[in-house]
Ligand binder design. Structure first.
Ligand code: ZN
Length: 378
């Protein structure tokens, strides 16, 4: 017997070799129908894998990030199966889950696809999902793995296998489709009830522009049709609230390719809105006992060498600005803290010194370029 500890601290005894699905069933059939994967001692594994030692277990459903990512990654396998059926000879690179959904990078060979083909692939995926095929895990030797993908003539998988150690390689098969993968996956394809393939993009194999250009197909899947409907409605609502659209419609800011991509030019209404936000922020800070200071938008390179920013980020981000005076180099201020340390040094009797900087337009531009416009807090 093994002892299983559930997240609430409950301990239960199970036969050695029990699976997370067995454990779920012993709690309730309803729970078992919703278990997508399991976190066992911190590692996410198939809900159908045997557990052979005392373990801490969390059953993962659609409500858990680990459940969602397992569902989405399994959907990438399903999409690959559909594509292989529709476009014979397609070679497969990698198919991970992402923050919202999944993608698969594929080499279509003689075929090519456009957005108009996506509904056809979705339909095939649904057809395959309804077969409720299990995702079967198989440990395989490196030699056998190489033989399989040599036979299949898939150089991408062969290159991936090259980098793996013998004894750590696993295949997963659902229906008639087998993929090189370390898992985990959902118990069977029947959990995938609704699918939307969202877009097609180009991607280089291993992110290297000197290597093959592949086709990346993005998608998202859900355990209920209703959730897909809600997701699509949410995407439409988000489009209405896109800051580029609203900024234009409300006359807040404009962009100019000549000025530079992503650099907002604030119009009178936008400037008024910014001023109100700045005043609100300053008032809140004053009310909390903070006082303002102002520091220059540039600082000597030495300042950032001392702070460590230059060694860490200088190569990538901050080109020095030279002055006619010999040996003097300045950097655009990437952050305030080194300047503020100097203020603290100059006024050591002040124990609490928390600072805000009056942002001028030019600093705003610098920061918006550095941090990316969407991350910017006005
Ligand atoms: Zn996989």
């Amino acid at each position: 017997m093994i002892e299983i500890t559930l997240p609430d601290g409950t301990k239960r005894e199970y036969a050695k070799g029990s699976t997370a699905l067995d454990i779920a069933k012993s709690i309730s059939e309803g729970l078992a129908r919703n278990v997508l994967a399991a976190e066992v001692n911190g590692e996410i594994i198939d809900a159908t894998r045997a557990i052979n030692e005392n373990s801490n277990i969390k059953l993962l459903t659609w409500n858990d990030d680990g459940g969602k990512s397992t569902m989405w990654h399994s959907s990438a396998h399903l999409m690959a199966e559909a594509i292989e059926a529709l476009y014979p000879g397609t070679k497969l690179a990698i198919g991970p889950s992402i923050e919202s959904g999944f993608y698969y990078d594929i080499d279509l060979g003689e075929h090519s696809i456009t957005d108009a083909d996506l509904p056809k692939i979705e339909k095939k995926m649904i057809e395959l999902a309804r077969q409720k095929n299990t995702y079967d895990r198989q440990e395989i030797s490196k030699a056998d793995a190489i033989e399989y993908f040599t036979e299949k003539d898939d150089e991408y998988k062969l290159e991936l296998i090259e980098g793996l150690d013998d004894g750590t390689i696993t295949f997963y098969t659902q229906g008639g489709f087998t993929d090189l993968c370390r898992g985990p996956h959902i118990p069977n394809t029947g959990f995938i009830k609704a699918i939307k393939l969202t877009s097609i993009a180009g991607a280089y194999w291993r992110g290297d522009e000197n290597r093959q250009q592949l086709t990346r197909i993005y998608g998202i899947s859900f355990p209920k049709a209703k959730e897909l409907t809600e997701y699509l409605a949410m995407i439409e609502e988000a489009k209405k609230r896109d800051h580029r659209k609203l900024g234009k419609e409300l006359g807040l800011f404009t962009f100019s390719q000549r000025v530079g991509q992503g650099l907002p030019l604030w119009l009178p209404k936008g400037a008024a809105l910014r001023e109100r936000l700045e005043n609100f922020l300053k008032k809140a800070q004053r009310n909390s006992g903070y006082e303002g200071v102002i520091t220059p938008h540039i600082g000597s390179k030495e300042l950032y060498v001392t702070s460590g920013h230059y060694a860490k980020y200088g190569e990538d981000s901050f080109r020095p600005i030279s002055t006619p005076h010999e040996g003097e180099e300045f950097l655009l201020k990437p952050m305030n803290c080194p300047h503020h340390c100097e203020i603290y040094k100059a006024t050591p009797n002040r124990i609490r010194i928390y600072l805000y900087v009056m942002q001028s337009l030019e600093q705003f531009i610098v920061m918006s370029k550095v941090e990316s416009y969407t991350d910017l807090r006005v």
